[in-house]
Structures are given as C-alpha cells and as structure tokens.
Design a binder for this molecule. Structure first.
Ligand SMILES: [Fe+2]
Ligand SMILES: [Fe+2]
Length: 284
C-alpha cells in the first residue's frame, strides 16, 4: 500500500463487515447478458431480510410504483436489473454500517449520502446517461470511507472532526492534514475489499478530483456535481459545513447549462423527500 497514512489506519481495522454473497452475485449478474429476472429472484430469495428490504424500497414513492410491485420478478421486469442492484447495495450498506457515535451525526451523514444519490440520478437523467440507477448508488456510497473511519478508527476521526471545527475547512482537507489520507482513499480500500466493480471504486476514489478519474469519468463527474448540489441545498451533512469547489472540467463533461442546473436544484428537495424510505432504512 503506497500511502502510509492509509496503511496505518487500515492495519488497525478488524471485523469489517463483508459484502454478502447475494449482493456480489447480483452485481455480477447485471453484466451478464444471459441473466434474467428469475435469476435475480433466485439469488435474492436466499436472503429473506435483504429481499424484504428490496421489496419495500422498490415500492417506495421514489420509483413511482408505490405498493404496486408484488414480487421480485415484477420488480426486475418493471424497474430493471440496475435498480435492483442499486437498491440491494444501498440496503446492504445501511445494514453493514448501522449505528453511530455522538461526535459524528450519522443520520445527517446518510441524508447527505442519499441526497447526493438523488441529485446524481437527476443529473444523469438530464444528461441522458444510461446508468441513472448506478448514479444513484454511487451517490449513496460516495462518502462511505467516512463511516469506515467513524466506526473503525473513531479516535482518528475525532481528531479530523475537531480540525474541521477549528479551521472551518473541508473534511478531506482535515483528513489529509491529520491522517495523511482521506475518506476517498479509505472508501476505495473498502470497495476493493468488497470486490465492487472497478468503475464504482473509481467513482468513490475520485469524487473530489473528478478530472483524474479513468474508468468512469462521466459517472465521477456526476457524483462530484451531485455532492455539491446536495450541500448547496443543505440536505443532510457530510461532517463539514463548507461547499467544496466545483471542478469546471466535470461540469463541462456533463454538458448542462445553468438553466437545466437550476431546474435540477428546484426539484431536488421534492425528489429527496420521495426517497425518505431510504433515509428511514439507513436509520435502522
Ligand atoms: Fe467526499
Ligand atoms: Fe459527500
């Protein structure tokens, strides 16, 4: 591991939750042209608790079929693989990192994460991208490194949070100063450990430096801008009060004008309200 700060942190992390096999198999299934709704039903059906959560979420106001989707089969046929993948991974992450400590408002953190997912999905739709559900998922998990730090390196994270207060700086600036690493690096480490697809790991790693993204530059640009939109609208909090600078290259990559951006900002709070079931689920 090239970064000594990151090495020092992750060496002390024990009992990190593993990604359930069910989710790993669903993530793989999405890229398998031979797969069908029955496969998803079979795989998810093995995990009763996860499939119950998935069914609740696909029936939430967010997808527009409130209460009408009765089976996993229907869910895949109506909403598609990508939605099921996104919902299953989000629900898993909420379960894996349930709880919290008083120094870091986990509820505000999840609201920030979900709002970023909602904004990313709106941006991706506006840019006519195919992977809008993946944008949502990447938004939901973009800051996951913060929860790893909060849960598994609480002393280090407390020092970061104190530094943020003292200097009124961004959390990643404090992490670099205090730890010599950042939540983006910790998030990439977790994503790799979990065997998430390389593109998703890249989005997590580069969400503050989208210009450096290699595997999924547009998706990274979407999440970078979405993070800023969620902060601008003050939906939740990622642990710092400042809004990071918008990378002009990322903005250019999306090809949106100011009018369309304003349109997204205007509907974001309502769209976020529709995603309330995700927020409730993250609360446990
Ligand atoms: Fe971040
Ligand atoms: Fe964020």
């Amino acid at each position: 591991m090239a970064n000594p700060g990151l090495k020092r942190i992750v060496e002390r992390i024990q009992d990190l939750p593993t990604l359930p096999t069910v989710v790993t198999r669903i993530l793989k299934l999405v890229h398998d042209p031979e797969s069908n709704a029955a496969d998803v039903q079979m795989i998810l059906g093995r995990d009763q608790s996860l499939s119950t959560k998935v069914m609740k979420l696909v029936n939430s106001a967010f997808y527009g079929y409130a209460g009408k989707i009765k089976t996993l089969h229907q869910a895949v046929v109506i909403l598609g693989f990508d939605t099921i993948k996104s919902v299953a991974l989000s629900a898993t992450v909420f379960t894996a990192f349930a709880g919290g400590r008083k120094n870091f408002d986990r509820d505000a953190f999840w609201r920030h994460s979900i709002a970023t997912g909602v904004a990313a999905r709106l941006l991706a739709r506006e840019c006519r991208m195919k992977e809008i559900e993946e944008s949502f998922m990447c938004g939901v998990i973009h800051d996951i490194g913060k929860v790893v730090l909060d849960q598994y390196a609480p002393g280090d994270f407390d020092r970061v949070l104190a530094y943020v207060q003292e200097k009124n700086c961004l959390i990643y600036e404090a992490e670099r100063a205090v730890l010599g690493s950042s939540h983006a690096q910790v998030g990439r480490w977790l994503g790799m450990k979990w065997g998430l697809p390389a593109e998703i790991v890249d989005v997590i790693f580069y969400h503050h430096q989208p210009a450096n993204a290699q595997r999924a530059p547009k998706q990274t640009a979407v999440v970078h801008v979405a993070d800023i939109l969620a902060r601008t609208r003050k939906l939740g909090s990622g642990g710092d009060a400042k809004v990071p600078p918008l990378d002009p290259a990322a903005w250019e990559k999306l090809g949106l004008d100011e009018g369309r951006l304003k349109g997204i900002l205007a509907v974001l709070p309502d769209e976020f309200a529709k995603a309330d079931l995700f927020v409730q689920m993250a609360r446990g």
